[in-house]
Design a protein around this ligand. Structure first.
Ligand code: SF4
Length: 435
């Protein structure tokens, strides 16, 4: 069927899910582009071929992926597109069932099958394209994946089912990628993985994140290095000296902790206790006094009682995390927790996550008030209405706080750093003027 008004062999990539999936899409687009295939991202343009890079993590994300596939399947039926391909975590996990249910999809690919996908375009995977990807983030920051997969046994998590065992990238490869990104004008790199603190154990026989961070500080042009997805158990304390020593490494750490009750940490198979976690956080703050700690909590895991939830809120109130997000537990087949009864009603999960976010709003406001009168280095991300909007080293893109600077106070260039005197604060945002 001739697709109306569509340019031949033009590809549009749709990315769902996390930053790791985004990097996979950027690499995929880099490969397609290097094989002379015109590619775009998340656009509604005239592409006649759609590739959906799906997420299969939890119920909501799975539903969003399926809805997106079905939408494009209808579009294909109506002659809007020629080909529809699906890749990513949902495809990795459920392709056998999905290919029977959605026959409009021309082919399904797993999370490690980019070379196979490229074959559909008579294209070859070009190994020499290390770090060559089409960036989809603002030009001045980029995610840098340092490993794939995960060896952890967390009871609720399906990621190891979709991403496999932990595989670290060699330091040389990551440094080369960082140099390539710097060459494109990237100033901030955000290190991502399923478990970044496991880095090197498989490849070098020891945790090598501190060495990697050290090497990345030597890359010219990179001014901020941000660390995400640390794991508390077996945390490599040597990275704290490296972080404290190098101004390029943001005093920021994303470390999902998931709960504050020892019973729940045991049921979640996190391999750590509340007490050990509190000692780790005390050490983080002792070594880097102004460190911003981001964490996530999972609400409503099987077995969670009102008492357990109380322990979680006490933990949050006592610790005062700088940034905090919540997930409600999703009963995922083939995970360890799937054998347990999903005994916390959805309404209770929702009620508890609202309570946690109300607590966090108050904490965030208190902490933000303490920033008034300070001058902070801000990376300008965009202009929005009457404001330039940026972030401090304590804030990661899309998930954390922002700094709003009145544009009438002077022109600022997107992608530039500037010093900002903080004049007022709200729950999650700061306001200021160029210092
Ligand atoms: S560390 Fe745990 S929660 Fe994170 S990806 Fe691995 S198994 Fe999942």
């Amino acid at each position: 069927m001739k697709t109306k008004g569509k340019k031949k062999n033009q590809v549009n990539v749709i990315t769902l899910g996390c930053a790791k999936n985004l990097v996979d899409s950027e690499v995929m687009m880099g490969q397609l582009n290097a094989n002379n295939i015109t590619v775009s991202h998340q656009s509604t343009n005239s592409a006649d071929i759609i590739i959906i890079n799906t997420c299969g993590f939890i119920e909501n994300a799975k539903q969003e992926s399926i809805d997106t596939i079905l939408r494009y399947a209808d579009y294909k039926d109506s002659g809007g597109i020629e080909k529809l391909y699906v890749t990513g975590c949902l495809s990795q996990r459920y392709r056998d069932e999905l290919q029977l249910e959605i026959p409009q999809v021309d082919a399904w690919f797993g999370t490690m099958e980019l070379p196979l996908l490229l074959k559909k375009f008579k294209a070859d995977y070009k190994h020499d394209l290390v770090g060559e990807r089409i960036l989809t983030t603002d030009a001045h920051y980029a995610y840098l994946k340092i490993s794939e997969g995960c060896d952890r046994p967390c009871s609720f998590c399906a990621i190891p089912l979709m991403r496999g065992k932990h595989v670290s990238k060699p330091i040389e490869t990551i440094v080369l990628e960082a140099k390539t990104l710097a060459g494109k004008g990237v100033k901030e790199i955000i290190l991502i993985a399923q478990d970044s603190t496991f880095y090197g154990l498989d490849l070098y026989g020891k945790r090598n994140l501190a060495i990697l961070l050290e090497r990345l500080t030597e890359v010219d042009g990179i001014e901020w290095i941000r660390l995400h997805y640390a794991f508390p158990t077996g945390f490599p304390l040597d990275i704290l000296d490296t972080m404290a020593y190098h101004p390029k490494i943001c005093n920021y750490l994303d470390i999902p902790l998931q709960h504050g009750s020892n019973k729940m940490l045991r049921l979640m198979r996190r391999g750590i206790t509340r007490e050990k976690t509190e000692r780790l956080i005390a050490t983080l703050r002792d070594k880097i006094p102004d460190i911003a700690i981001r964490t996530t909590m999972i609400i409503g895991h099987p077995g969670e009682t009102e008492q357990d939830f109380q322990e979680m809120t006490d933990f949050i109130l006592n610790t005062k995390f700088d940034r905090l997000g919540v997930f409600t537990y999703s009963h995922e087949e083939n995970t360890h927790a799937y054998q347990m009864k999903d005994d916390v009603p959805e309404s209770v999960k929702l009620e508890r996550s609202n309570i946690v976010m109300e607590i966090q709003e108050r904490i965030s406001n208190q902490l933000n008030q303490q920033k008034i009168g300070k001058t902070l280095k801000v990376l300008i991300d965009r202009k929005e209405g009457a404001y330039f909007v940026g972030r401090t080293e304590y804030d990661s893109p899309e998930v954390d706080n922002e700094v709003l600077i009145e544009a009438s106070k002077g022109y600022l260039r997107i992608g530039d750093f500037c010093n900002v005197l903080i004049t007022s604060a709200e729950d999650f945002d700061l306001y200021g003027a160029p210092a």
